[in-house]
Structure formats: structure tokens, C-alpha cells
Design a protein around this ligand. Sequence first.
Ligand SMILES: [Zn+2]
Length: 237
Amino acid sequence: MLHHYKEAFIRLFYPAACEVCRANLDLEETILCRRCTGNLDALAWPMEEALVDERFEHLDNVWTVYAYRSPVRELLRGVKYARKDYLFKACQKHALEIAQAVTSDFGYNAILPIPIDRLKLMKRHFNQAEILATMLKPWLTPPVDRSLLIKHRSIPSQTFLSQCERAINVYGAFQLKHPAKARNRSFLLLDDVLTTGATANEAARLLKLHGAKRVDFLALARAVPNIKKATILGPAL
Ligand SMILES: [Zn+2]
């Protein structure tokens, strides 16, 4: 109770703002205002629609939690470019619902955050996929393995490449630190955004080359050009 009063007093002079629309937050709100929370909820796929209806050569199943639109887009950009790790918290509830369902169904040996190369790590100081894994792992059974999969070479930006060009671009970008650890194991790859899936597919190719029996992929957001999400409350940014 005392904490509540203290917080109310502080907010009187330093009102907290919504991380997406900058509206003042009520005392019980954190990170997002009610309107942006509603928009975020509207972008979460129900469990039966979270499975991506597209074939990837080396990935067995692919799931995503949200459509990559505002406010998901602003939250992920905030993590990636402004080092606001805490913005992932706004996505925790929806991400856990799907991650828990998937991991309990398939009993993976490990969760592998998609790594970034050393150059990018030096520039950015963190890997957003690892931050996501760290946030989810206390509630998930499979351990998070950060060392098995290594990205050993930088790849040019994928932004303006087609699916086929991306697959060529990323070919051979990963290595396994201990290849024997992949044999007869099953893995869940984890990342923030799914665009064409070329990166995760390449990681899956390598794991399967070394004997992995199953490789699935869970991404927080899926880039989709036209989605039927009529329940969004605010203008799509
Ligand atoms: Zn807002």
C-alpha cells in the first residue's frame, strides 16, 4: 500500500508515458496505455492461427505470436535500436501462452535463440533473441542453449532481398560449436521477427545436417502484408 502511494506521488510530478503513443499512463498501467494494450491484444494470433501456414524446407513447424504491426513494431524496434529490453515485457503474456503450449507438446532438448554475428554484437551489445529467451525461460521446461549455434560470418542486410536471395545470402552463416550435441535432438529456434524464414531455415539445415531429428521455430512477430485484424482500435501506424 505504501509503495502504491509512493508511486502515485512520484507520478504526480513525473507522469509516465506510453512507450508507443506517449499518452500519460494511469497508475496501474506500465509500458503501454489501455488503448495500445488493446491494439497489442488484437495483434496476438489465437493459438489455432499461430502456426504459420507455409512450408519451410528444413523447419518442421513455425509459430508466431503477433502480426508485425503497430504497436508490436514499435516495441520490437525499441528493444533493438534503443536498448529498451523491458519493452518485451509487454509481450510476455501472449508469448508465454504459445511458448508453453509448444514446448509442452514437443518436449525439446533445448531452445536456441538465433545468434547474431560478433560484429553486430559489438555494435549493438546484445542479441534481442537472447533477451527474449531470458524473459521466457523461467516458465519453460527446455533449457536455453546460447552456445551451440554460432553465427560465424556477417551477412549483408536482408531487407531488400527476395526469399530466394535471402536463402543464398545466409547460406553457411552458422556453425555448431559441438556438432555432436545436435544428433537425435530436437530444438526450438527463437527470434523476434519472422520475415521470409531464410535465417531460421538455414540454422535448421545445419542442425539437421548434424543429425537433429526435429527443428521448429517460434518468432514473436510475423511480417504479413494483409491481415484481417478488424479489431484494432487506433490508426495502423
Ligand atoms: Zn499508447
